[in-house]
Design a protein around this ligand. Structure first.
Ligand code: SAM
Length: 236
């Protein structure tokens, strides 16, 4: 068990307890399964939990006005980031994570069951394949991705899942302007438009950015291509 306790303004006791349970699970399972390079509880709080929760204000702003729960898909979520913290913090959202590696999905399912996260589903699979399924393609209000790929590659793996009018949120480093500029054409081709840069700070005043992309038209049927082609010749 970890001795430190996670604190975050705006979360209730039950949610904070779930975050502490998640930190314990991650520390424990990581010894056996090597799920993440971030292993100390304090680092898990800052780099996984607080960094994932940086999107809360944005999600509040982007939340669609509808009676059914808004749907969020996190692609390449690894051990479940940002998907699991968002599922704890946003019980009225329906959160799905998509991850290629089986042992990471199994960890997410274990966390879901241990924390009783009924608004969370983990799915094993590859984005470029699932984007062709009707129940996934253009079916999410918000898609998120952190530390998955450079934006030209990332755009092709993510934008096809966003419904027209929805948004894609890409967690990026301190200064993504150049990376965004080189991906603008790809984003447009896929039906997206860069809407804004959302800056936030973690400890030690380090600045990070979430790039917000709005889906404005449907993604042409030929995208996403096979992964080897996306990697070999990124769009744009
Ligand atoms: N998002 C997590 C985070 O920030 O901690 C994990 C980042 S990790 C560097 C990237 C993850 O994406 C890996 O777990 C990998 O298995 C997964 N991944 C890579 N390509 C993928 C694809 N095409 N479809 C689904 N998952 C993918």
């Amino acid at each position: 068990m970890t001795t430190h306790k996670f604190q975050y303004t705006g979360l209730n006791e039950d949610q904070l307890t779930k975050f502490n349970q998640l930190a314990d699970l991650l520390v424990d399972q990581n010894r056996v399964h090597n799920l993440t390079t971030i292993t100390a509880a304090e680092d898990i709080y800052a780099r996984h939990f607080v960094d994932s929760l940086a999107a809360l204000e944005l999600l509040d702003e982007l939340k669609p006005e509808q009676s059914e729960p808004p749907r969020l898909l996190d692609i390449g979520s690894g051990a479940g980031f940002p998907a699991l913290p968002l599922a704890i913090a946003l019980p009225d959202w329906d959160i799905t994570s998509l991850e290629a590696t089986g042992k990471k999905v199994r960890f997410q399912e274990h966390a879901r069951n241990s924390l009783n996260l009924t608004n969370f589903t983990a799915r094993q699979g590859r984005a470029e394949i699932l984007a062709r399924e009707d129940t996934y393609r253009e079916n999410f209000d918000v898609v998120t991705a952190r530390a998955l790929a450079e934006l030209r590659v990332l755009a092709e793996l993510t934008i096809p899942f966003v419904r027209v009018g929805g948004h894609f949120l890409a967690w990026k480093g301190p200064d993504p302007a150049e990376e965004v500029d080189s991906a603008r054409q790809a984003i447009q081709l896929l039906g997206g438009r860069v809407r804004k840069f959302y800056d936030y700070q973690l400890a030690q005043n380090r600045k990070f950015t979430i790039v917000v992309i709005k889906k404005v038209t449907m993604t042409p049927a030929e995208y996403p291509r096979e992964f080897k082609n996306i990697k070999k010749s990124p769009l744009g």
